[in-house]
Design a protein around this ligand. Structure first.
Ligand SMILES: *[C@@H]1O[C@H](CO)[C@@H](O)[C@H](O)[C@H]1NC(C)=O
Length: 167
């Protein structure tokens, strides 16, 4: 299920990767009006114009992810300011109506898992990451929400996704 988490992985949400659960979005906040550019099921939580991270592109290959196969995630984006220690990632993962994860993590502690360190410099960044998706992902609908904020609670980015693994 690490893969799902990886979806969120734009440099921004990189920390989501560390969670060993599938990703999904919070259906109550899902807003298909603001899709994240690229081939994946991500949507911004709201109009991203004020987000510190401007995402240029996030691609998943294959899209959608296939259980038992390798998933490649490529993402790039531009940070409008340096991101310092103290930034947080709130991650919520639901499987159907069940909440699998609902927790806030220190972003800088999670980033080394995708080979990034804090502080994140202002400017352009790109990442590429391969993950193995377990063969036995329980079929069903997964929703993931990742909300990333600076230490003083300004939005770096917020994304959500719904992924269905068919039976
Ligand atoms: C971001 O990645 C996409 C897809 O690989 C590429 O087309 C685009 O030029 C990149 N953006 C920048 C600013 O480099």
């Amino acid at each position: 299920m690490k893969l799902l988490s990886t979806l969120l992985l734009s440099p921004l949400v990189a920390s989501a990767i560390s969670f060993d659960y599938p990703i999904s979005s919070d259906a109550t906040t899902l807003d298909a009006n603001f899709p994240v550019p690229g081939s994946q099921p991500l949507n911004y939580c709201k109009d991203p114009k004020d987000y510190i991270l401007e995402v240029h592109n996030v691609d998943l290959t294959p899209n959608p992810p296939v259980p038992g196969e390798k998933l490649t995630i490529k993402a790039n984006g531009t940070f409008s300011e340096e991101i310092e220690e103290g930034a947080t990632v709130f991650l919520q993962v639901r499987y159907g109506l069940i909440t699998l994860i609902k927790q806030e993590a220190d972003m800088c502690e999670q980033l080394p898992k995708i080979d990034i360190e804090c502080p994140i410099k202002k400017g352009y960044m790109e990442i590429s990451k391969e993950v193995n998706i377990p063969r036995q992902v329980p079929p069903g609908k997964y929703t993931v929400l990742a909300d990333v904020n600076t230490k003083d609670k300004r939005a770096i980015t917020c994304m959500e996704a719904t992924i269905v693994f068919p039976r």
